[in-house]
Ligand binder design. Structure first.
Ligand SMILES: Nc1ncnc2c1ncn2[C@@H]1O[C@H](COP(=O)(O)OP(=O)(O)O)[C@@H](O)[C@H]1O
Ligand SMILES: [Mg+2]
Length: 361
């Protein structure tokens, strides 16, 4: 059985604002699922409907097979952590975590035991007697996670919980959260607009775009098998380079042609491209799939705009047919005085329908 299921879920706010448009989603027990998408795509609305903080306009939410649409938030067994993690400043870490347990009338010994257990999982055992103001941002966030874990929720909802932390701390908290999830095994839905955070945390990623789901898959599936231009663009940094080409056929062989190059297309794509001959399509090259070449083997030259050294590799920013192209290269030598570079494809690319922006092959 699925742990959580959303069926045809729809949210229309007042004044006819369609925030969520008939989404279907199934989440397995113990899964770490990440909702990823740009600001305003409906991530928070989805979480709030699951938590019971927002009415559902249409559709159903099932937790462990049970329809919960009409259940109060506290009857759903869900714990939610928000962007502003709001732990209580006037209470020690211990009391912050113990608060909800006291309300539940748990025995003193059981409270002690539970607080110790979740504090250990969250690596804050040493700070139980401190007040929040005596903790760093990352430690405070761990307290918020511990507090949410203490009530032993069936489902954890985290809405951009790391976005108040500085860049370095975000990355280390990511690792901590993943470790905590491994230890607790709690089914988790995590919201972010940061693709790199999503990639590193998720068992599966749900990519959302204006109230709908674009694609669901493991981080690798989403990256290597992007189904739409939106996904290819949103996932990966630098993002996918899109190049307009026309599909042409010469002696039964297909080519992608524009003013800069003519690239022979692998015959295995012939069937899928059958209806596209003499039509415009969009090629998507991930930045690591365009590589520096010799002059003899090159597909095209780019005008080099600048080179961003990253230590282990460089990002070369160039121009092709007056559009920006970004290439990731192992080349780390000084390229300050280089004006143009010969480039070839390593044979890996996406081809998109220009109208629907869906992937053809
Ligand atoms: N309380 C509200 N009333 C009206 N519109 C809202 C309300 N909350 C969110 N929206 C709108 O719903 C859409 C989705 O918002 P939200 O779920 O907050 O997106 P995200 O969390 O992905 O940034 C946006 O267009 C937003 O302006
Ligand atoms: Mg939001």
């Amino acid at each position: 059985m699925e742990f959580l299921e959303l069926k045809n879920l729809t949210k229309i706010y007042q004044k006819d604002i369609l925030a969520i448009d008939k989404i279907d989603l199934k989440i397995k027990d113990g899964e770490f699922l990440v909702l990823l998408g740009p600001s305003g795509c409906g991530k928070t609305t989805t979480m709030r409907m699951i938590a019971g903080l927002e009415d559902v306009t249409e559709g159903e939410i099932f937790i462990e097979g049970k329809l919960v649409n009409n259940l109060q938030p506290r009857e759903r067994g869900v714990s939610m952590i928000f962007q502003s993690y709001a732990i209580w400043p006037h209470m020690t870490v211990f009391n912050n975590i113990a608060y909800a347990l006291k309300i539940k009338k748990m025995s003193k010994e059981k409270i002690n035991e539970t607080v110790k257990k979740v504090a250990k999982m969250s690596n804050i055992e040493e700070y139980l007697n401190r007040y929040p103001s005596q903790l760093s941002g990352g430690q405070q966030q761990r307290v918020a996670v511990a507090r949410a874990m203490a009530v032993d929720p069936k489902l954890f909802l985290m809405d951009e919980p790391l976005s108040n932390l500085d860049a370095k701390l975000r990355v280390s908290m990511r690792t901590d959260l993943k470790e905590m999830h491994k230890r607790s095994g709690a089914t988790t839905i995590f919201v972010t607009h940061d693709q790199s955070e999503a990639m590193s945390l998720a068992d599966r990623i749900v990519i959302m775009n204006t109230g709908t789901i674009e694609q669901i898959g493991t981080p690798n599936e989403i990256y290597h098998d992007s189904k739409t231009m939106f996904v290819a663009d949103f996932i990966g940094s630098p993002s996918t380079n899109f190049v307009d080409v026309k599909i042409i056929s010469k002696d039964n062989k297909l080519f992608a042609k524009n003013d800069a190059f003519e690239l022979p297309i692998d015959d295995k794509f012939n069937d899928k491209l059958h209806g596209y001959i003499d039509k415009d399509v969009v090629f998507g090259f991930r930045p690591e799939n365009l590589v520096l070449s010799s002059d003899e083997e090159k597909l095209f030259d780019i005008d080099v705009v600048l080179v961003e050294p990253q230590g282990s590799h460089s990002v070369i920013v160039g121009r092709l047919l007056s559009k920006q192209i970004k290439i990731v290269s192992d080349e780390v030598r000084d390229m300050k005085n280089i004006k143009t570079l010969p480039i070839k494809s390593n044979g890996i690319y996406f081809i998109f329908d220009k109208e629907t922006e869906k992937r053809i092959c």
